[in-house]
Ligand binder design. Structure first.
Ligand code: ZN
Length: 344
């Protein structure tokens, strides 16, 4: 089958469309014919690699996708062939203490499709049956693929970890990324008010406004955006900041918080290592709350809201699978507003 693969870690030069065998399925897995896959910044991190990441190569990229069941393992006979499915990208063992307590996203054998094992940017993928969520006929495969990873991640961070309440103020740092556009919509749904967004240009900010942002700050015009937030909030700061940028912004995000505020983080697009002034944290009673992905029942809950249209993934563009490397380059250069979808 055709797949978007790399055979050694490195840059986009290592990525190609290659021929790999159709995956074999274990007893508790199904074979899915992929109808749509979606890219995440995670794909670029996986391509670059890190010391603890040991992959079977060549590696099939893509952590998001949806498709049709074409074969089922011995322990997955209850899954009907031909069924349309969305897929939770978090793989868990089902047996460890975390899994047994409903925290499968903290599983001792935690894995993500497309990160620790082969992903969706291919004609077929093997996935655990417990990761499947039936996809209603009226919901396009592209929508399910574009929504899965970013919506479960943003939902878990804002609602379960961050305990965002109606009437609280929130600042989302960055306007263009998939998680942030999900976070704006979830904040609006939760009744957060006002919803500040800091963005790099007016186009991205206009899209953030269309999703529910109420106070827009252009960081080209206001480089000291933490101060701008402080002033716009009656010199109080905000209750919650969503910062998935990291090195370039964390210090400013802490400054933008109200006393007792919470900083939520699920990633670091500008780099993972930086210095912090601890006085900002303890003296002002701040909390920094990290998470990654989310448990299965939250995946089902947030996708239900995608299926009924209350939440909508923003899709930048849809490309044939063979243009996968072009799409990855677009993602790397930051020329995207929303998700990039690949069609095998
Ligand atoms: Zn487990």
């Amino acid at each position: 089958m055709k797949a978007l693969i790399f055979s050694q870690h490195g840059t986009l030069e290592q990525v190609s469309i290659g021929e790999v065998p159709v995956p074999t399925i274990a007893a508790d897995e199904v074979l899915l014919q992929v109808k749509a896959a979606a890219l995440n910044r995670l794909d670029l991190w996986v391509l670059a690699g890190w010391p603890a990441l040991k992959l079977k190569l060549p590696h099939v990229m893509g952590s998001d996708g949806a498709g049709i069941v074409t074969a089922v393992g011995a322990n997955a006979q209850h899954i009907p062939l031909g069924r349309r499915m969305a897929v939770n990208p978090t793989v868990s063992c089902g047996r460890c203490a975390f899994c047994q307590s409903g925290r499968d996203h903290m599983c001792d054998r935690f894995a993500v499709l497309g990160e620790h094992r082969d992903g969706f940017a291919a004609e077929y993928i093997a996935v655990p049956a417990q990761n499947l969520l039936p996809l209603p006929d009226h919901v396009p495969y592209e929508t399910a693929a574009a929504a899965s990873l970013v919506f479960v991640t943003a939902w878990h961070s804002l609602i379960e970890v961050g305990r965002l309440q109606a009437g609280e103020s929130i600042l989302i740092v960055g306007a263009g990324g998939g998680v942030n556009s999900a976070a704006i919509q979830i904040a609006r749904l939760a009744g957060a008010d006002p919803i500040y967004v800091v963005g790099s240009n007016t186009e991205k900010l206009a899209r953030a406004e269309a999703l529910g942002a109420t106070i827009l700050i252009n960081r080209q015009q206001q480089p000291d955006w933490a101060r701008a937030v402080f002033q716009a909030s009656n010199r109080q700061g905000v209750d919650v900041v969503v910062d998935n940028v990291g090195a370039a912004t964390f210090h400013h995000s802490l400054r933008a918080l109200k006393k007792g505020g919470r900083l939520l983080t699920v990633g670091n697009t500008s780099g993972p290592k930086f210095e912090l002034d601890n006085r900002l944290i303890f003296a002002r009673h701040l909390q920094i709350l990290g998470s990654t992905m989310g448990p299965r029942q939250e995946y089902a809950k947030v996708m239900e809201m995608v299926f009924n249209g209350r939440l909508q993934p923003v899709i930048d563009s849809i490309h044939p699978l063979q243009d996968g490397r072009i799409a990855l380059r677009k993602l790397q250069e930051g020329h995207v507003s929303g998700k990039l979808v690949l069609i095998p």
